[in-house]
Design a protein around this ligand. Structure first.
Ligand code: KIV
Length: 275
């Protein structure tokens, strides 16, 4: 690759500051989760701005009921695969449960591993006021942090399930206070998950940093979906998910046809055999 190509590739990379510029231009941010090289490359080429290696991999890749058992080593492994497939998108590694709750020091160490070993450009962590000091420490180690407030799946046991947050005046005030705390701690963006669209609109207008919504209405600065949900690879999806493809059905149809052709000795035919 020539120096000129290298330079322009670097200039095109989506960065934490370029997402801020998108907010100020009123340009919506498109973010998807990704967990491997193949899909990272497809999404990157399709122009997705941010690829999140979410701890949702516990559900959609590992088949678990919650994200709680996901380990840092698992996130690191998938982040490496995604980083290899992303030449333009910002790659964000999700800090899994237990990796940023013990102490700010340990949180910085774990965030550093995401950048050094995973190739992430930023980390994301769930929580508001309770994690503000931790966000500050990670940011002071020069690692951009994306916050995540509202419905935070790592707090499933406290919330009593995946419940929409901020529906009463008091609950909405708590979500607003969390979003403000995350911004004040130095986060470059914040995910708003599972809250009424009006509340997400209010937070988006209130904050200077971009908000990325999931189940939070159309007025956020950007949107994120779990790739398996939007591609039709999940058995069940929440009502806020729009399916843009039916890959699960196509894959099942292809596998059935392949099995039939193997059993009928139709595959491989002449065209697919060496001479
Ligand atoms: O883990 C994840 O995929 C997430 C997104 C749903 C925001 O946190």
């Amino acid at each position: 690759m020539s120096t000129v190509t290298l330079k322009s590739a670097r200039e095109q990379r989506v960065t934490a500051p370029s997402l801020a510029a998108m907010k100020s231009r009123g340009e919506p941010i498109a973010m998807l989760t990704a967990y491997d090289f193949a899909f990272a490359r497809i999404f990157d080429t399709a122009g997705i701005d941010v690829l999140l290696v979410g701890d949702s991999l516990g559900n959609v890749v590992q088949g678990r009921d919650t994200t709680l058992p996901v380990t840092l080593d698992e996130i690191l492994y998938h982040t490496r695969l995604v980083a290899r497939g992303a030449s333009r998108a910002l790659v964000v590694a999700d800090l899994p449960f237990g990796t940023f709750q013990i102490s700010p020091e340990e949180s910085v160490r774990n965030a550093v591993r995401c950048v050094k070993e995973g190739g992430a450009h930023a980390v994301k962590l769930e929580g508001g006021r309770a994690v503000a000091a931790t966000i500050e420490r990670i940011v002071s180690a020069e690692i951009p942090v994306m916050g995540h407030v509202g419905l935070t799946p790592q707090a499933i046991h406290r919330m009593g399930g995946h419940r929409v947050q901020g529906r009463t005046v008091e609950a909405a005030e708590r979500v607003i206070a969390d979003a403000r705390a995350v911004q004040a701690a130095g986060a470059f963006a914040v995910v708003l998950e599972g809250m009424p669209a009006d509340l997400a609109r209010e937070i988006t207008a209130d904050l200077a940093i971009p908000t990325i919504g999931i189940g939070a209405g159309v007025d956020c600065d950007g949107q994120v979906l779990v790739m398996h949900d939007m591609l039709g690879l999940s058995d069940w999806t929440p009502s806020f998910v729009k399916q843009y493809a039916a890959l699960g059905m196509s894959a099942a149809k292809a596998a059935r046809r392949y099995a039939e052709e193997v059993r009928e000795r139709k595959f491989p035919d002449e065209k697919h055999s060496y001479r």
